[in-house]
Design a protein around this ligand. Sequence first.
Ligand SMILES: NC(=O)C1=CN([C@@H]2O[C@H](COP(=O)(O)OP(=O)(O)OC[C@H]3O[C@@H](n4cnc5c(N)ncnc54)[C@H](O)[C@@H]3O)[C@@H](O)[C@H]2O)C=CC1
Ligand SMILES: O=C(O)C1=N[C@H](C(=O)O)C[C@H](O)C1
Length: 269
Amino acid sequence: MPIRIILAGATGWVGRALVPAITQAGDLELVAGISRNHAGTDLGVALGGRPSGVPVFARVEEALGAPADVLIDYTKPGVVKANAIAALRAGLHVVIGTSGLGADDYAELDELAREAGKGVLAAGNFSITATLLKRFTLEAAKYVADVEILDYASATKPDAPSGTGREIAEALAGIRQPATSLPLGEVVGVPQTRGGTLGEGEREVRVHAVRLPSFVLAVESVFGAPDERLTIRHDAGASAAPYVAGTLLATRKVSGWIGLRRGLDTLLD
Ligand SMILES: NC(=O)C1=CN([C@@H]2O[C@H](COP(=O)(O)OP(=O)(O)OC[C@H]3O[C@@H](n4cnc5c(N)ncnc54)[C@H](O)[C@@H]3O)[C@@H](O)[C@H]2O)C=CC1
Ligand SMILES: O=C(O)C1=N[C@H](C(=O)O)C[C@H](O)C1
């Protein structure tokens, strides 16, 4: 029996890249889409093609009327958490691609998923090379104490830091060695220019979010040691193709555990 999917954000940049990949996969079935702008239409028609028999709803509660196994969410930071909660309460597993949530939100969703006996996979970035950026950054942090994150995105991206930068910074905050840079209280001038922090105490990680036209997303982990530096950087391109395979991998695997896992790296060897 195929895995039945509800796709929230089905007509968006990532959503419309996922639709053909899902419909062409023999083991997956798209049963409903969610899109405020195209509610009430057929998804195939909404995407400029032939009728597909997949209805589009405005709200997750309406879409959950269709029997389904997994909700995939690529919507907006202010929408994703409520969608995930509604899906868990309706007995679905959840794959979260939407950015904007942080450690506290994920702890709450983890608890709800455990109560519901369902799995959640949330990844700030489902591309393989961005996932390698996270893996290499965490490896380097075992050996080099000082690291800061630079997070570049378009001028109109609503959330800062990005989902990619946030996942890396929050993971780093769990393992890094204390930094040797001056504590903020000792910085003279405009201390805010030292960026924001994620994590707590001496392990907190500084993140600098740059928002300018021309960027899609780039994240740099910059490590500094006496008289040398290591920069590990990921640059996203202009298409949503890199996120498709990872999202579908998560969709196929998410029924395999209870609770929330964070990061595509948790599914790799
Ligand atoms: N984890 C990952 O690998 C990636 C994550 N993202 C994140 O995914 C999210 C979506 O990105 P895009 O596809 O570029 O966005 P988009 O703006 O192109 O698409 C958003 C979709 O959500 C729908 N939507 C928005 N608000 C809604 C609401 N209140 N109710 C129902 N539907 C609603 C829109 O109709 C649209 O279909 C962003 O947070 C982005 O940062 C983007 C790329 C990769
Ligand atoms: O908003 C985007 O566009 C993207 N957001 C993701 C994030 O917040 O990390 C990543 C993706 O590369 C593009």
